[in-house]
Design a protein around this ligand. Structure first.
Ligand SMILES: Nc1nc2c(c(=O)[nH]1)N[C@H]1C(S)=C(S)[C@@H](COP(=O)(O)O)O[C@H]1N2
Ligand SMILES: [Mo]
Length: 217
């Protein structure tokens, strides 16, 4: 298995003592807020980007849902802003072991987009795509029923470009690599297919509470 390397932050320090569990993997104690093996990053918001940060003109930006849907749909930046808004308030968890508490991200619920496009009964998985070519795969159930957003605000301000601005996908109940920055397309599929980090050794699902970090976890 290829151990991913681009997803590490220089200078990142672990601020809690580590203990070794039965697996031999370095462990930090979990609590009801902090998933196993994670630490509280505090006010920091590390940037993790595998590709060159794109400078996108919001006026030319679109978001598309295609694949196994009744109505392939595309929204412009302006059209997205006319849909009913929604804010996520809560925690995020990066596989490189930082968790950030009490974040806020504003945009729209993925449910609104899915309802407009109407997935076919055969649709079971989704590939999230960025303008840059970054991809990440998810079961459709993990982006339905209030679990995922397309966001353009962070803490009440426009999402900074290094964090995926003008807009990114947000799936906060899974490790943060599932939250594709500079999102441009959701493709519904009748099977699972690996995205960028999944092909490079990360888990297909990525639930932080089950510590699904790497393939085989
Ligand atoms: N397009 C794109 N999206 C991406 C990534 C990336 O490299 N490119 N990195 C992922 C990973 S590994 C993480 S941890 C988060 C980091 O988001 P942040 O830089 O806003 O903290 O974005 C995810 N989305
Ligand atoms: Mo990550």
């Amino acid at each position: 298995m290829v151990q991913p390397t681009a997803c590490s932050v220089p200078g990142l320090r672990h601020n809690e003592p580590m203990t070794r569990g039965f697996s031999g993997r370095p462990r930090r104690p979990a609590n009801d807020r902090l998933p196993p093996g994670q630490y509280d990053v505090g006010k920091d918001f590390p940037v993790l980007t595998a590709e060159v940060t794109p400078r996108l003109d919001p006026e030319k930006l679109t978001l598309t849902i295609d694949g196994l849907v009744e109505r392939e749909s595309t929204w412009t930046w302006k059209e997205l802003h006319q849909l009913p808004g929604s804010v996520y308030r809560g925690d995020i968890h990066c596989v490189t072991t930082w968790s950030k508490f009490d974040t806020s991200f504003g945009g729209i619920s993925a449910d609104i987009l899915l309802a407009a496009a109407s997935p076919l009964p055969s649709a079971t998985h989704v590939m999230i795509r960025s303008t840059t070519g970054y991809t990440t795969n998810l079961p459709l159930s993990d982006i339905s029923d209030g679990k995922a957003w397309v966001v353009w605000d962070h803490e009440g301000h426009p999402l900074p470009v290094e964090h995926g601005g003008p807009m990114r996908f947000l799936v906060p109940h899974l490790y943060f690599w599932k939250s594709a920055k500079w999102v441009s397309k959701l493709t519904l599929m009748d099977h699972d297919q690996q995205g960028f980090w999944e092909r490079n050794g990360y888990h297909d699902h990525g639930d932080p509470w089950k510590e699904e970090r790497y393939q085989g976890d």
